[in-house]
Design a protein around this ligand. Structure first.
Ligand code: HSE
Length: 306
């Protein structure tokens, strides 16, 4: 095999109480990438039609991640990468992670799978380092592994995959403004009151327990962010109204997707998730802010061949 096309899923990072450590993969939103082996060494990236993104492999997240993988194997050949970019950059649903994860997953396949998907995470994190200055893994890990992932530790990297409860469905509303992850990280405080930490790690532990035991009520009680959301919410017009509509329509919980501006909700069952989507949309319909709406099951396997 010298060519492969893959679906690279969008992801929701943080999931309210798990800043930089928790993420999940979406099933119906993602990019398409086609990667082909070439004799010419290095990586070449075809012009990206949908968005103004760099094609210089050293400046493109897919290029940087792919080059890191090739370097680790001392691979002397090359790859041509074509990206159909469906996830908007700066949307908060893991646009850079999808490209980085897709590139390393596809290259790994074409090289006969020298690495497991888990072992590919550090290479994909190099893409995140380029995109935001912070090599966070909470988008690339679920993009590569599917389901929910918990980064138990960054040094050494220790990632735990958690299977999603069957009926959990995500709703994502993306108001059409761009928030750069690097900018929305800069406004965060580096210290917080111990009392907020106690609440936050209680919720994170509870959320993980709720996922394992498929306890939807418990999941809902834990989808609260005492530390990051109060600061970042100011970057997202209508955030409080959208959240209150989502909860009113039956969502288990609602918060900022990654670094925003997308807002996510989790619900039990597709019907509720669709109602929640309608309720969230109402806010932007009435204020005239353009938005995209996605309703998606949790993707169980991450990047997959087409
Ligand atoms: N954990 C990262 C952040 C995710 O919130 O900055 C960015 O998508």
């Amino acid at each position: 095999m010298d060519k492969i096309s893959v679906f690279c899923p969008a992801t929701i990072a943080n999931i309210s109480c798990g800043f930089d450590v928790l993420g999940l993969a979406l099933d119906t939103v993602g990019d398409i990438m086609t990667v082909q082996k070439t004799k010419e060494p290095g990586i070449r990236i075809a012009p990206i039609k949908e968005q103004d993104l760099p094609t210089d492999p050293e400046k493109n997240v897919a290029g940087v991640a792919g080059l890191a993988l090739m370097k680790s194997l001392d691979y002397k050949g090359g790859f041509h990468i074509e990206i159909q970019k469906r996830i908007k950059a700066g949307s908060g649903i893991g646009s850079s992670a999808a490209s980085a994860a897709g590139a390393v997953w596809a290259i790994n396949e074409l090289l006969g799978r020298p690495y497991t998907p888990l072992e590919l995470v550090p290479f994909a994190m190099e893409g995140e380092r380029l995109a935001s200055g912070a090599p966070h893994a909470d988008n690339v890990a679920p993009a590569l592994l599917g389901g929910f992932t918990l980064v138990r530790s960054y040094a050494p990297l220790d990632i735990i995959r958690i299977t999603s409860p069957r009926e959990l469905v995500a709703t994502v509303v993306h108001p059409q403004i761009e928030v750069k992850t690097s900018d929305s990280r800069k406004i965060l405080k580096t210290t917080f009151p111990l009392q907020d930490g106690i609440k936050q790690w209680g919720n994170l532990g509870g959320l993980v327990a709720g996922l394992y035991t498929q306890d939807y009520e418990l999941i809902g009680r834990c989808l609260v962010d005492h530390i990051i959301e109060p600061i970042r919410a100011i970057l997202i017009p209508g955030f409080d109204a959208v959240k209150s509509e989502a909860l009113g329509a039956g969502a288990l919980g609602c918060g900022i997707s990654g670094s925003g501006p997308s807002i996510f909700a989790l619900s039990k069952g597709r019907k509720t998730a669709e109602n929640v989507g309608r309720a969230m949309s109402k806010v932007y319909d009435s204020t005239g802010i353009a938005f995209d709406l996605h309703v998606s099951e949790i993707n169980p396997r991450g990047v997959k061949p087409l």
